[in-house]
Design a protein around this ligand. Sequence first.
Ligand SMILES: Cc1ncc(COP(=O)(O)O)c(C=O)c1O
Length: 442
Amino acid sequence: MPQTRSAALYQRALGVLPGGVSRNAVLRRPHPSYASHGAGCRVWDLEGVERIDFANNMAALIHGHAHPAVVEAVVRQVQRGTAYTLATEQEVEYAEYLCARGGFDRVRFVNSGTEAVMTCVKAARAFTGRPKIAKVEGAYHGLYDYAEVSQTAQPGNWGPGDKPASVPVAHGTPQSALDEVIVLPFNDPPGAQALLDRNAGDLACVLLDPMPHRVGLVPATPGFVKAMREWCDRHGALLVFDEVITFRSSYGGAQEWYAERPDLTALGKIIGGGFPVGAIAGRAEVMEVLDPLAARVRLPHSGTYSANPVTMVAGHTAMRLFDRQEVERVNALAARARARIEEAIALAGVSAVVSGAGSMFRIHLRSSPPRDYREAYNGPEDAARVKLVLDHLFESGFLMINSFSGTISTPMSEREIDLLAEAVLNGFRLLAERHPEARRTS
Ligand SMILES: Cc1ncc(COP(=O)(O)O)c(C=O)c1O
């Protein structure tokens, strides 16, 4: 008989949900941990165990859980109805706010990051009349057929470094979809340009996450962004940024790091204030493809729950609270986390390194930060070592993103960071004990 409520729930879940889950990210062995409730930067499971939350629903929560102002705004809205077949004042107000904050001319709301990226790609095709897209090898952009190409590439199928293969994620992905996607090496301007040149007349856009998480959580270099911007301008293609995660990095998103601006930006995660959301934002001339009043409507676009007022008030409240001062404060806490983890690495004498910027960090069990997806890729042995430390952190009361990444939320203080660093140190000591080969040699 199952021993715990979570174990018993998982038995029931296996009978009705494939693999017992609705999203793969929450799967744990022998069973997922089931949440009871959260408050601030802490989450409790059904067994009553409290953990400090560095996962923040996969980087989507900037204020942690149940921020009183967000709760109040949502409750007030829910009592007035959650969605109507009518436009709302809330969507106009939030659109004005986001445009001013991010320096966008226009925005359109959708319901997820996947949908935001998909809509950007379709808008780029509608604007240019071209079919192909280019994306960085290994970058995660959600589940759209084209955007997910190469996301799970492995040494056996990723092909040559100067011409990465268009590897499908889902079995049964049409070859025609793969043929429309050019996979680029990250932070390699000449290598990427050579591949783009071969497809110049067919490319609608270059899709770029300024700090792609799976590629190693290392920022795109200014030189790479400049090269992509210039290539797009030269060849009439659009530069699309996926800032679904990175918008938390600066007040106006990670695009503030660069001199060049994208034509379109996909947004999601934190802009929903804890509710499902996505948005596509950008230049008026490009966003016009979505205009249903245009003489020629190039991209008809709908969504039953798009811009629902609950998401709008939650997101607007959360983003107002995440003002310039708070952006700076969480970024400073993340810098402290990166520094304290570097100290733990030195003290434990393991071969590891920390990457990241803004309010995020990722730990790699290698001696230098990965330069691209191939270097960030964990084979089965690396994955087992990462799992050992992550399991230790989980057992010690910390929720992390399963790629060994963490994100800061505003309820955190130096205390939570220091507690994490201490637990990471113990995790590394355990790693060195169990896997002597993980020790630093030099
Ligand atoms: C960079 C990036 N783009 C797009 C997505 C997809 O967002 P969603 O899960 O809301 O569909 C994610 C999700 O993790 C992401 O990290």
